[in-house]
Design a protein around this ligand. Structure first.
Ligand code: NI
Length: 178
């Protein structure tokens, strides 16, 4: 396994549409998934799409840590190949997002609250399911990477976009107001 280099915003691989994985059971795809999981964990992220490691193919990995499942269930390291996502209803929620390709920043992004997904798992077997809340947000964020879309391109309120450190300081100061 290996830790892969993560492309940062500005690199053209992040704004092109990725191609379908032609052979999901190929050994190089298995290796890519293992390396992406290791890279995601090393970077402390909750999702990573193949274009972020300079591979323009339609697959991503993600996880939902117990502390961030917001009422839903924690999800261990998961890979999905050639994923298709659809919103189950028109309800959209705003939530903070960051991205390993846009280090140091975060912003508030509207996302569908409930989605249905299908694709292939790391063994090439069909997988399908529904997701809500944080998991739905992470999956939509990663799916966007496969279409060359970065989260700032989804934002509608740029007053809620900034550097992590500043936002954390501002919320600390707000909390300490009498
Ligand atoms: Ni991202």
């Amino acid at each position: 396994m290996a830790i892969l280099k993560i492309a940062r915003m500005g690199h053209p691989v992040l704004i092109r549409r990725a191609d379908p994985v032609p052979d999901p059971t190929a050994p190089e795809i298995r290796r890519l998934v293992a390396d992406m999981l290791e890279t995601m964990e090393d970077a402390g992220g909750v999702g990573l799409a193949a274009p972020q490691v300079h591979v323009p193919l339609r697959l991503f990995v993600f996880r939902v840590p117990a502390g961030r499942a917001d009422g839903g269930e924690a999800v261990g390291n998961t890979a999905i190949i050639n994923p298709v996502l659809e919103a189950m209803e028109d309800v959209v929620a705003l939530g903070w997002e960051g991205c390993l390709s846009i280090p140091g920043l975060r912003g508030v992004v509207p996302r569908a609250v409930r989605i249905r997904y299908r694709g292939l798992d790391a063994a090439g077997e069909p997988m399908t399911g529904e997701a809500a809340g944080f998991q739905a947000r992470v999956m939509q964020h990663e799916q966007d990477h496969l279409n060359g879309v970065l989260y700032p391109m989804r934002m509608t309120d740029f007053t809620r976009f900034g550097f992590d450190e500043e936002l954390a300081r501002a919320s600390r100061e707000e909390e300490s107001q009498p």
